[in-house]
Design a protein around this ligand. Structure first.
Ligand SMILES: Nc1nc2c(ncn2[C@@H]2O[C@H](COP(=O)(O)OP(=O)(O)OP(=O)(O)O)[C@@H](O)[C@H]2O)c(=O)[nH]1
Ligand SMILES: [Mg+2]
Length: 252
């Protein structure tokens, strides 16, 4: 298997390229290229190589969606940099992305993670990106009931704009904020069951289940694209249920 290189730097304004390479024109991602991937996620061997240092075998696009303020940017920063963005809330404008390469059972899986703006006024911008996404993480905030109720509207949007076989996961973020919780864990579990998707609570602040959410997605995408007959079946729901950690508190 030929190994490609992934951009380490923070990206931005990636084009919804539909599989063709697109220039990344941001300052931090200068001269790097968004590498096109085929529908099954396997990087086309003739695609240009990025100007950075980390090799990868396959690449996938993952999109973070959900209401403004649920913690999409913080979750991504926690996953990418292992840090929490404390302080004042800076709402994302449009769309941004970051890359991270994970080693999944000896295979280097690059996730290009698109951080979308939750604000209504950017909705038309983000719609254009859905069709290229291999996986979607739909977030709500456990301290904000409206963001939980709005997941139904997000799901309608996802069904309208995303690929039919997109990998979807529901995340209840800010699980650390037990004092201001308004959505119980079992409510999240019930909704996820109704949607037929895996679920976990996360915390960008404490790091709870952040690595797991992205690793589970990467495992599922890798399994789907590299499935070999002798490989044991990977079951995303089972993996998540086995690995998930709970806060031990779920009372509003
Ligand atoms: N307690 C707690 N606060 C969090 C957590 N994640 C994010 N926050 C806070 O929630 C606020 C919003 O976080 P963002 O990550 O910027 O939210 P967002 O979903 O990206 O919002 P938009 O960019 O507007 O769509 C910030 O003040 C964060 O500090 C978390 O896990 N726990
Ligand atoms: Mg944001």
């Amino acid at each position: 298997m030929s190994r490609k290189k992934a951009s380490k730097s923070k990206g931005g304004n990636a084009s919804p390229s539909g599989g063709t390479p697109a220039k990344d024109n941001t300052k931090s991602g200068k001269n790097s290229l968004v590498v096109g991937v085929q529908a099954n996620g396997v990087v086309h061997p003739s695609r240009p190589v990025c100007n950075s240092s980390e090799f990868y075998d396959i690449a996938f696009k993952v999109m973070l969606v959900g209401d403004s303020g649920v913690g999409k940017t913080c979750l991504l920063v926690r996953f990418k940099d292992g840090a929490f963005l404390a302080g004042s809330f800076i709402s994302t404008v449009g769309i941004d992305f970051r890359n991270k390469v994970l080693n999944i059972d000896g295979v280097k899986v690059k996730l290009q993670i698109w951080d979308t703006a939750g604000q209504e006024r950017f909705r038309s911008v983000t719609h254009a990106y859905y069709r290229d996404a291999h996986a979607l993480l739909l977030l709500y905030d456990v301290t904000n009931k409206a963001s939980f109720d709005n997941t139904r509207a997000w799901l309608t949007e996802i069904h309208e704009y995303a690929q039919k076989d997109v990998v979807l996961m529901l995340l209840g973020n800010k699980a650390d904020a037990s004092h201001s919780r308004t959505v119980r864990r079992d409510e999240g579990e019930r909704l996820a069951k109704e949607f037929g998707v895996p679920f976990m609570e996360t915390s960008a602040r404490s790091g709870l289940n952040v690595e797991l959410a992205f690793t589970a997605i990467a495992k599922e995408l890798k399994y789907r694209s590299m499935k070999e007959t002798d490989e044991p079946t990977f079951k995303l729901h089972e993996y998540v249920s086995k690995e998930v950690q709970t806060t031990g508190c779920c009372r509003p």
